[in-house]
Every structure is written in structure tokens, then in C-alpha cells.
Write a protein that binds this ligand. Structure first.
Ligand code: PLP
Length: 380
């Protein structure tokens, strides 16, 4: 099997599954219970939080364990909106966001918030100057992703954060779900107030994640109850999920720090070179995008046909993003990048993990060429 759909989800690492099973079996008590068993579990949870903080380079008290990217983004955006609405009701985002940002922002329009959906350049990015120009007196939040999940473009979030430092009342939220462990991001002193991570994109388990909330960012909680997770996310903690997330985080950070010969770049450049040699293909990813995501279109050909043909050879890739791949409409991200309807509705995404190899790309290219040839012959 060749699995090139790692931006949809990754295969959990065996050590992650093992740590989830061990914690579930041996540390089942409620961390809020005052008996010694509860105390042990609480200690374990806080040790996991400290380890995550060390790996990310932030203070332990700034990290909230969540169920993943969608929850992190909703908690950050709605939390800022509801907490700070007396100061202003204007939020800035971009036209190329994942639905967990885009739709969360548009849902707030029903509550009287005004959203600026910034247009993006052809490569999917916005400039720090354009973000600054969109700020108004009533702006309370800027929210955007670090790495685009469809085409891999990298937003200059650290640069934007630095500009936003001039506006202390405007909070800055970054969705780093696709970048974690693959594209560096510095959270200390870059003006980023909130940052979302998800476990299942880094060989962790589905239903696990982390939200960074710095001390200046007060949030209105989505979930009220027992005041767990510093009162931002009530509910008995998923300790096994949290510990397994931190295991996945440690493993991916090790890969990122010690990757041999910049493996993802080698894979990226080899695939790009192969695709550029095919005349029937249009590459939609910017050449300076993230190394683990390559997006292209085969105009005139339904992406499902290629997906189906490759699946028969046990090669797995995606059409646009998993969340929207069942909808028949064109990709909103590609449309925002100014691509034609034909290109925007015929996209295919390859997304790598550190486990993929150059040999797999050779096999993929061979099978892709065959699939395109067969399709053309069938049309004759
Ligand atoms: C950029 C981005 N943000 C958020 C999410 C949602 O994350 P989760 O699946 O953990 O809810 C995804 C998932 O594909 C994503 O790609």
C-alpha cells in the first residue's frame, strides 16, 4: 500500500496506541478525585502538559487539551468573539481557510459580528501589510491557518504576528494543524496569542489535540461545567488521549529535528519534477509551499476517476481536502487563488508523512501516467 493522504489523517504510531491503552487501563481514575488514585492521574496529566509545553516552547499553563483541530479553532474564535464583543465585533480571516475557521467565522455573522474575508494571492497567501490595512477600531481577532490544507501554501504568520504586536487589543489565532511537526513555528514572542494543533495529523489518535492560549487571551468557554483545563474546557479529562497526543508530538518533533537529508523536501522535489514533465497537468501548489503537500489538477478529467484507478493499485490520494471532498462543488481554496472552475473542480492532493519513500513516488508516477493514458483512450 502507498498512503499519500497524510493531510487527511495519519496512521497512528504503535507507541501512541500503546500509551493510550496503558493509561486507559492503569490510570482510569478521575484526575479531580481527591483520593490517591485521582492524584496519580492528575500528576500524569500535568506531566504530559509540561512535556508538551517543553516541546512547543511555551509555558505549561498556556496549554489546553482538546479533541482536535475543529474544537481548537471553534474554542479560540468563538471564545474571543463572545468574551471581547463589548470592545468590538470585527474579525479578520482569509478566503482560503479550512471550514473550521471559515464556517465558524460566518456562523458569528448571525450573532452580529462582521467578518472581513481577505482575498488571497495566487499562491494562497496574504501579506502582513494587507492584514494591517484590514484592521479597524472595532477589530478583536485575526484568525488564519499556518499551512493551507489543500495546496500547502505557508502564510507568513510570524511576520503577521509581529505586525499585530502594535495592536495589543487585536488577538491573533493561528491554525497550525497542517504545519505541526513539518513546518517550523515559533510561538514565543511572535505575537501569536492562540494556536490550534490536532493529534491525528501527527500519527496521534483522532479526538486528541491541543490549544495554546497565552496569558493575555481571555476566552469565553464553549463548555461550562467542572472548570477543568483552566476553566476553558469543562468535562472529565481524556487523560489517555492527552498522554498519547504528547507521545505523538515527541515522536514527530524528533523526526522534524533529525530528519535525514531533509526527507520531505526530497520527496516534494522529486514529485514536482515528475509532475512538471507531464503535459496534461497543472500544478496548483506554490513552489515555496510546505514540502508535504502537493496539489495538482488534470483538466478535463474527473478527479474521482484517477482516485479510483490508483486505489485499485492500493495507492491512496485525495481530491481537495477530506472534509469537503464529498461535495461536488469546486474547491473554495482554489477558487480563492483565482483558479478557473475547471481547475478548481479537478484537483488532486498528495500529502506525505516522514514514512514515505522515493520508490513510492516512482510507482505513483508510473500509475498516474497509466491512468491518464487510459482515460484519454476511453474518450477517443
Ligand atoms: C487546517 C486544518 N484545520 C483544522 C482541521 C480540523 O482538524 P480535526 O480533524 O482535528 O478536527 C483540519 C483537518 O483537516 C485542517 O486541515
Amino acid at each position: 500500500m502507498i498512503y499519500f493522504d497524510n493531510s487527511a489523517t495519519t496512521k497512528p504510531h504503535p507507541e501512541v496506541i500503546e500509551s493510550f491503552a496503558k493509561v486507559s487501563a492503569n490510570y482510569f481514575a478521575n484526575p479531580s478525585s481527591i483520593h490517591p488514585l485521582g492524584g496519580q492521574v492528575e500528576k500524569l496529566l500535568e506531566a504530559a502538559r509540561q512535556q508538551a509545553a517543553d516541546l512547543i516552547g511555551v509555558l505549561k499553563e498556556t496549554l489546553i487539551f482538546t479533541s482536535g483541530g475543529t474544537e481548537g479553532n471553534n474554542t479560540a474564535i468563538k471564545g474571543v468573539a463572545l468574551e471581547h464583543q463589548s470592545r468590538g465585533k470585527h474579525i479578520i480571516t482569509t478566503q482560503a481557510e479550512h471550514p473550521s475557521i471559515y464556517d465558524t467565522c460566518s456562523s458569528l455573522e448571525k450573532l452580529g459580528f462582521e467578518i472581513t474575508y481577505m482575498p488571497v494571492a495566487e499562491d494562497g497567501t496574504v501579506s502582513a501589510a494587507d492584514v494591517e490595512n484590514s484592521i479597524r477600531k472595532d477589530t478583536i481577532l485575526v484568525t488564519m491557518m499556518q499551512v493551507n490544507n489543500e495546496i500547502g501554501s505557508i502564510q507568513p504568520v510570524e511576520e503577521i504576528g509581529n505586525v499585530l504586536k502594535k495592536y495589543p487589543k487585536v488577538l491573533f489565532h493561528v491554525d497550525a494543524v497542517q504545519g505541526l511537526g513539518k513546518v517550523p513555528l515559533n510561538l514565543s514572542d511572535t505575537g501569536i496569542d492562540l494556536c490550534t494543533f490536532s493529534g491525528h495529523k501527527i500519527h496521534g489518535l483522532k479526538g486528541t489535540g491541543l490549544l495554546y492560549v497565552n496569558h493575555t487571551a481571555k476566552l469565553y468557554p464553549l463548555l461550562h461545567g467542572g472548570s477543568q483545563e483552566y476553566g476553558i474546557r469543562s468535562g472529565t479529562e481524556n487523560v489517555a488521549g492527552a498522554v498519547s497526543f504528547v507521545k505523538a508530538l515527541r515522536l514527530i518533533k524528533e523526526k522534524q529535528n533529525h530528519q535525514k537529508d531533509n526527507m520531505l523536501k526530497t520527496l516534494h522535489d522529486k514529485l514536482m519534477k515528475g509532475l512538471r514533465q507531464l503535459e496534461d497537468i497543472e500544478i496548483n501548489s506554490p513552489s515555496d509551499g510546505a514540502n508535504h503537500i502537493v496539489h495538482f489538477s488534470v483538466p478535463g478529467m474527473k478527479p474521482e476517476v484517477i482516485i479510483h484507478s490508483l486505489s485499485q493499485k492500493e495507492i491512496y490520494i485525495s481530491t481537495k481536502s477530506a472534509c469537503s471532498s464529498r461535495s461536488l462543488t469546486e474547491s473554495q481554496v482554489l477558487a480563492a487563488c483565482g483558479k478557473s472552475k475547471e481547475i478548481a473542480s479537478s484537483g488532486l492532493r498528495i500529502s506525505f508523512s516522514y514514512e514515505n519513500t522515493e520508490e513510492e513516488i516512482d510507482i505513483f508516477m508510473k500509475e498516474l501516467k497509466k491512468a491518464i493514458k487510459q482515460f484519454k483512450e476511453a474518450l477517443r
